[in-house]
Write a protein that binds this ligand. Structure first.
Ligand code: CIZ
Ligand code: SF4
Length: 302
């Protein structure tokens, strides 16, 4: 089958199965092009939940498909490549959090959505990179555990000096690779061009950025600013949306290492195969799902 035939087949199966295809901002361009919605993981899960579709094909990594299932328990959720995982999400387990709670019963746990359903179930509240600050600010507790991303928690802790944020020692292996020297090099190459960086980058990089935000916030910033060009400090997949939405602006990737191999595992053939054979159906134990849902719902109430 050539690419054109495969795209036609995906569209045919999508109608036949009443499916919606979601693609994360970090997916390869071909997959973003075939998707009904492209965006950040939580927004995609929310929008899919609001549809009448029977099947959700989530082109992303495992925890994202789980989030979709948490919000859409009656829909069938498919992850086209079952071993597309997120190393950061794997850096904290439900057992870790259970132990932490036993030892620190008075410390609430805020968990970034980049985490498994089981980890979310052990958390008091979830957050995304867009709303992490609001979530932390809304809490009465002075001492909070933030898991699993130490870089995002560092960025938040700078903005809430009245709180003690205990940082779990997890990180994104992709964003963590960027060095402050690379920032200096790219700035020397493109003087005066503003750097928009994701808070998953190391604090030594984040401190050098002109704007720090989630993928959705970076996309919004680039759309609204009148700058002719930007340096982008997040995973390269986002360049596709940025360039499509802003044909007259230039986008330079901060570092060639900003590529997440797990996000790049999903091809058009995998999307086709998932739809054709209903493979890699995401299931979550209902007790865990309900607890994880509670942590996500608390976030939405803020
Ligand atoms: O939750 C997401 O979608 C991720 C990984 C990042 C972001 O900033 O949107
Ligand atoms: Fe996980 Fe980082 Fe890849 Fe996102 S970019 S899926 S946080 S490893």
């Amino acid at each position: 089958m050539d690419t054109k035939q495969m795209i036609d087949e995906i569209n045919r199966l999508k109608k036949e199965k009443n499916a919606i295809i979601l693609a994360h901002n970090y997916q390869i361009p071909e997959v973003q092009e075939i998707a009904d919605l492209v965006g950040d993981s939580f927004r995609l899960s929310q929008e899919a939940a609001a549809t009448e579709k029977d099947v959700i094909v989530f082109c992303g990594v495992h925890f994202m498909a789980e989030s979709a299932k948490i919000l859409s328990p009656t829909k069938k959720v498919l992850l086209p490549v079952i071993d597309a995982g997120c190393p950061m999400a794997d850096m904290v387990t439900a057992d870790d959090l259970r132990k932490f709670k036993e030892e620190n019963p008075e410390v609430p746990i805020v968990t970034y959505v980049n985490s498994s359903a089981e980890v979310k179930a052990y958390s008091d509240i979830c957050c995304t990179s867009s709303n992490a600050l609001k979530v932390v600010q809304s809490m009465d507790a002075k001492k909070i555990l933030f898991a699993p991303d130490r870089n995002l928690s560092h960025w938040i802790s700078l903005q809430v000096p009245d709180k003690e944020i205990i940082k779990w020692n997890g990180f994104c292996i992709t964003h963590e690779r960027v060095t402050p020297d690379e920032v200096d090099e790219v700035r020397a190459k493109f003087p005066g061009v503003r750097l928009l960086a994701h808070p998953e980058c190391n604090p030594a990089v984040v401190v050098k950025a002109d704007f720090v935000g989630s993928t959705a916030q970076i996309i919004e910033f680039a759309r609204n600013a009148s700058d002719e060009s930007f340096i982008i400090g997040t995973e390269m997949g986002i360049l596709h949306t940025l360039r499509n939405q802003n044909p007259n602006k230039k986008f330079h990737l901060l570092s060639p290492s900003l590529i997440c191999y797990n996000m790049k595992k999903t091809s058009l053939a995998d999307v086709y195969n998932a739809l054709l054979n209903d493979v890699n159906v995401i299931e979550i134990d209902e007790t865990i799902r309900l607890k994880a849902y509670t942590a996500l719902k608390r976030m939405l109430e803020i």
